[in-house]
Ligand binder design. Structure first.
Ligand SMILES: Nc1ncnc2c1ncn2[C@@H]1O[C@H](COP(=O)(O)OP(=O)(O)OP(=O)(O)O)[C@@H](O)[C@H]1O
Ligand SMILES: [Mg+2]
Length: 484
């Protein structure tokens, strides 16, 4: 078995990893760290939640020196992910005195310029804002030695590729390039090789693209039933933390509004929500002040929030990769998770394609009945009751209970208390704007052959769609207009 000491790391990094509670490297770390430390280019692929950040983080942190300027760069597709990567690299790097600065759209650029004065050795950035800094000459990449594209397939996809080319073009000397993701479609992999020199392919083989400790289900529901079914599931399954994915920004807003109307604590995150609010939602979700986060695909990739026990695909994702990443927000670092995907009857073919590409099977789950919800709510009451007893929080009520028992039998009393404590299914009317089902477009003469053709990614980047929302490309144009 490989241990972290086998890598011959500096004492500081070894200590930092043990401080983080990492006892042994995960498979991707065991394979990728030695290759990364040799300075080689690499494409690292391993399932969601299996520690890819540390797999590229350790080679980065070990190879930078404290004295020089910016030497390492991690590019990520969303602002939240850039922040999260910076946090993890700072946690590991601090013992060695290596600083990582997050650079992302929606945050005051002057604050970032001040941060740069602290001479970080590594930058974790979204591409658009990084280009703003390059143009303002506040960041110089000429001496950069190492670049990581986290969520590499997404970064080399349509929306980002020009920015990536532009950024890599800034680096003058030799560079080590490392690409990481849980998914790597073939066409993207060939494209990626253009940016690398004889890359090593480090792929942790698994039968399925999805993680086995995530229980996967689908439920056939009509568009109009979706909201009530979601509420039923929330009542029955009582998730610790849940992420609900919707297809568009409007969808996210409407689901949040509906959930709040029915008494759930939910907030939304998508590309049109101001960054300060997005940060607040993530913070409140992590602290469990809210327990449901409704999101577009902007939250599908990379986010590592412990306690996410359930993922609900309120709308089936556009493509199989998105499915893998969305459900991968649960079942991380060996924990268990549960994912339920709503499929309207006309989307069944699309579901089958997702299953085929990801090589995973979703078990059909029946639509819950009112009775199931009632039983779920009763169980929740019983759990609450038992917790009170376990914690001995009921001592003050014992005398009054005894006196009540003088006149009423114990079963009736307890039954009445249970009834009072149990939530009735909330039927406050909630109406959502209908979303068109995703249909498999069968190219002429090529039944379902080329995934890209049915996979209408263009819509993802559209004005109303959520996928591209909050991506840095658009932030840049907004910033430019504002800065006039
Ligand atoms: N060696 C380790 N031992 C225990 N826990 C670890 C180890 N390495 C990483 N982790 C933890 O596992 C979790 C998932 O790690 P990380 O976010 O890097 O996954 P990932 O592979 O990048 O997933 P995704 O594909 O979703 O981005 C984190 O909470 C991290 O702290
Ligand atoms: Mg990751």
């Amino acid at each position: 078995m490989t241990t972290f000491s086998d890598f011959g790391l500096s004492n500081e990094l070894e200590k930092a990893l043990s401080n983080m509670g990492f006892e042994e490297p995960t498979p991707i770390q065991a394979q990728a760290i030695p290759i990364g430390l040799q300075g080689k280019d690499m494409i690292g692929q391993a399932q969601t939640g299996t520690g890819k950040t540390t797999a590229f983080g350790v080679p980065l942190l070990e190879q930078v020196s404290k004295e020089e300027g910016v030497q390492g760069l991690v590019l990520a597709p969303t602002r939240e992910l850039a922040v999260q990567v910076a946090e993890e690299l700072n946690r590991i790097g601090q013992v060695k005195g290596i600083k990582t600065l997050p650079i992302y759209g929606g945050q005051d650029i002057n604050r970032q310029i001040r941060g740069l004065k602290n001479r970080p050795q590594i930058i974790a950035a979204t591409p658009g804002r990084l280009i703003d800094h390059i143009e303002r000459k506040t960041i110089r990449l000429a001496d950069l030695k190492m670049v990581v594209l986290d969520e590499a397939d997404e970064m080399l996809n349509m929306g980002f590729i020009e920015d990536i080319e532009r950024i890599l073009g800034e680096i003058k000397g030799e560079r080590q390039t490392m690409l990481f993701s849980a998914t790597m479609p073939k066409r993207i992999q060939s494209l990626a090789e253009k940016f690398m020199q004889e890359p090593e392919l480090v792929k942790i083989k698994a039968k399925e693209m999805t993680v086995t400790n995530i229980e996967q289900h689908y439920m056939e529901v009509h568009e109009k039933q979706k909201f009530d079914v979601l509420c039923s599931l929330l009542d029955i399954q009582s998730p610790e933390l849940a992420i609900v994915f919707g297809r568009t920004k409007r969808r996210v807003d409407e689901v949040v509004e509906g959930l709040i109307k029915r008494g759930y604590s939910a907030e939304g995150i998508h590309g049109d929500i101001p960054q300060s609010k997005r940060d607040q939602v993530i913070r409140r979700f992590k602290e469990q002040t809210i327990d449901i986060m409704v999101a577009t695909d902007v939250a599908a990739r990379g986010l590592d929030i412990s306690g996410v026990s359930h993922v609900y695909n309120f709308d089936i994702p556009q493509d199989p990769e998105s499915y893998v990443h969305r459900i991968g927000r649960t079942g991380r670092a060996g924990k268990k998770g549960l994912a339920v995907t709503f499929v309207s009857p006309r989307e069944i073919d699309h579901l089958k394609i997702i299953e085929n590409v990801t090589k995973s099977k979703m078990a059909k789950m029946p639509v819950p009945s009112i009775k199931d919800v009632l039983i779920g709510n009763q169980q929740a009451t019983i759990n609450r009751l038992m917790t009170v007893i376990e914690n001995n929080d009921h001592a003050d009520y014992k005398r009054i209970a005894e006196s009540l028992l003088d006149d009423t039998d114990s079963v009736s009393l307890l039954a009445a208390a249970l009834k009072l404590l149990t939530k009735d299914p909330d039927v406050t009317p909630v109406k959502l704007t209908a979303v068109e089902p995703i249909r498999v477009r069968k190219p002429r003469g090529d039944r379902g052959g080329d995934r890209k053709r049915y996979n209408d990614r263009g819509r993802d980047r559209g004005r109303t769609a959520g996928g591209g929302g909050g991506r840095d490309r658009r932030d840049r144009s907004r910033n430019r207009t504002r800065s006039k």
